[in-house]
Design a binder for this molecule. Structure first.
Ligand SMILES: *[C@@H]1O[C@H](CO)[C@@H](O)[C@H](O)[C@H]1NC(C)=O
Ligand SMILES: *[C@@H]1O[C@H](CO)[C@@H](O)[C@H](O)[C@H]1NC(C)=O
Ligand SMILES: *[C@@H]1O[C@H](CO)[C@@H](O)[C@H](O)[C@H]1NC(C)=O
Ligand SMILES: *[C@@H]1O[C@H](CO)[C@@H](O)[C@H](O)[C@H]1NC(C)=O
Ligand SMILES: *[C@@H]1O[C@H](CO)[C@@H](O)[C@H](O)[C@H]1NC(C)=O
Ligand SMILES: *[C@@H]1O[C@H](CO)[C@@H](O)[C@H](O)[C@H]1NC(C)=O
Length: 466
């Protein structure tokens, strides 16, 4: 009986949401244009490449004036971002908010279709709690500035990551984290509702799958399964892919706080085309499959929506335009691009969804869809900067127990006495000791994982065994 009541109630809500959110917007898939690379094409070349991908929009992570100028005169809908660092100051200073909008948005608004102004990036995933609680006040001030300058087509939002949910499975149990639910999410949802903006969410089935590949089917995560379904025991809704499950968890969480109708905008989604040896499923085959399937779903006519919001449009930005060689973290972070830094495609894709699958060339078969089993070493990568390498060597040797003893004069790995050789040993030795407590084989991009044993003679490099 309780279940019946719930279903009846939720279908009323669905009808309401259809009429509010379904009609006026056409489907669009845009691209996230991140710039954390030292080898990327110019803004004007990038805009050409973006149009070549048939993207409908572009999201940038700042308000780079060269990019905004290069986007002028194009039909691309543009999302710009207020940097995290100034949110707290903006939250208490309208002059500052006005100044920011006046400097960064107003001069471009006439020629460049700036449509979204995102305040901060994944603020509620960061450690700085002061900023959490200043987020919505800053958004209100930015919105006030937007009105002041008559930028009537600009929606103000903030992209959050899936870790704003305290519970996400089954989707009907979706709810926000208790540390932010009342103090941040409630006022945020109220703001988004009142201003008819969107709930911007970064949603990555890849990370959900990669953290438990034994319990989630890969094809289900890739939107490629024809026969796997999951039925939510509470809502009765049936899922055919992981993306829908994650999105509906967000929708249920909003509903729980009293906001069933706020539109969802996928601020980022994507799949890495490569990564480290210990990272499962990061390859070109999966990346192409996921991104093509997402585009197909989002651009489908009639609109598909999600089980909780059937038929409702889901605008999205795919992450990302380029493989970005200066993104910190594990290797996958630097391999989300649709394009290499030289502008060539990592795989074929058409973000308008108009190219039929049969027109694409066959993809390289994946070789890392099963967890790697064996030893891995951490060594110096190609083209490492010698000054930075010397500093990293010093750092690694200062960590752990006897990390660099074998490369001291007279040690078994002292010869050949070269910086690169010593640093490779130090990286392997450091990583072997610290991986289990979260240590990475990264060293600001100087290090790379290898399955080729660098040991020789009596010099044995420590390894990580998976
Ligand atoms: C914020 O304002 C304070 C006080 O005016 C100033 O010292 C600080 O530099 C500002 N922070 C940023 C990131 O602009
Ligand atoms: C607000 O920001 C403006 C512009 O940066 C600055 O001149 C002013 O001192 C700030 N006001 C306060 C109260 O910090
Ligand atoms: C789904 O189909 C695939 C390929 O046709 C098959 O290998 C798999 O066993 C099927 N799974 C289920 C749950 O029916
Ligand atoms: C672009 O870069 C990729 C990856 O490094 C490489 O495989 C490809 O050959 C390059 N293409 C051109 C035209 O340089
Ligand atoms: C090498 O690294 C040092 C220290 O990190 C830096 O100051 C220098 O600019 C780098 N050189 C090059 C060519 O990138
Ligand atoms: C180093 O040795 C100390 C004492 O034996 C131990 O507590 C610590 O965990 C070791 N550190 C590492 C990184 O193995």
């Amino acid at each position: 009986m309780a279940r019946f009541t719930f279903l009846a109630f939720s279908s009323l809500l669905l009808l309401a949401s259809l009429s509010i959110t379904g009609a006026e917007m056409s489907a669009k898939v845009g691209i996230c244009y991140g710039q954390l690379g030292n080898n990327l094409p110019t803004p004007s070349k990038s805009v050409e490449l973006i149009q070549g991908l048939k993207a409908k929009g572009v999201k940038i992570y700042d308000a780079n004036p060269k990019i905004l100028a290069a986007l002028g005169g194009t039909p691309l809908q543009v999302s710009v971002m207020v940097p995290n660092e100034i949110i707290t100051n903006i939250s208490s200073n309208q002059t500052l908010a006005d100044q920011w909008v006046k400097t960064n948005v107003v001069p471009f608004y006439r020629k460049t279709r700036i449509r979204y102004l995102l305040v901060g990036n994944e603020i509620l995933s960061g450690p700085d709690k002061t900023t959490w609680f200043n987020l919505v006040p800053a958004m209100r001030r930015i919105r006030y500035s937007v009105k002041t300058f008559g930028l009537n087509k600009v929606k103000v939002g903030t992209p959050l990551a899936m870790d704003v949910l305290g519970s996400s499975f089954p989707p009907s149990s979706g709810s926000f984290r208790s540390d932010v639910s009342d103090k941040v999410l409630k006022p945020l949802l109220q703001f988004l509702d009142r201003t008819k903006s969107f709930f911007f969410i970064d949603v990555y089935p890849y990370f959900a799958w990669a953290s438990q590949p034994a319990s989630i089917n890969l094809d289900y995560a890739l939107l490629a399964s024809k026969n796997i379904t999951y039925t939510d025991p509470v809502s009765g809704l049936t899922y055919t892919n992981l993306l829908d499950q994650m999105l509906d968890a967000v929708i249920f969480a909003m509903k729980k706080l009293g906001y069933p109708n706020i539109r969802v905008f996928i601020a980022e989604t994507g799949w890495p085309n490569g990564g480290d040896v210990d990272q499962i499923g990061a390859n070109i085959y999966n990346a192409a499959t996921y991104n093509r399937n997402v585009v197909k779903k989002l651009m489908a006519k009639p609109k598909i929506g999600t089980p909780a919001r059937p038929g409702v449009v889901l605008p999205a930005f795919i992450f990302a335009l380029y493989n970005e060689n200066q993104k910190p973290g594990p290797g996958t972070e630097r391999h989300f691009g649709l394009l290499y830094p030289n502008g060539t495609r990592v795989y074929e894709i058409d973000l308008s969804g108009k190219t039929p699958e049969s027109e694409y060339e066959p993809l390289p078969k994946p070789t890392n869809n099963e967890p790697y089993k064996g030893k891995i070493w951490c060594v110096v990568g190609e083209g490492a900067n010698r000054t930075a390498l010397a500093a990293a060597l010093g750092y690694a040797c200062g960590q752990g127990n006897g990390t660099c003893d074998p490369i001291q004069p007279g040690g078994k790995c002292y010869e050949p006495n070269s910086l690169v050789h010593h640093a490779s040993f130090a990286f392997s030795s450091y990583w072997a000791q610290f991986r289990k407590v979260g240590g990475t084989c990264y060293f600001s991009g100087l290090a790379t994982q290898t399955i080729r044993d660098p040991s020789y003679g009596s010099c044995k490099f420590p390894s990580v065994t998976l």
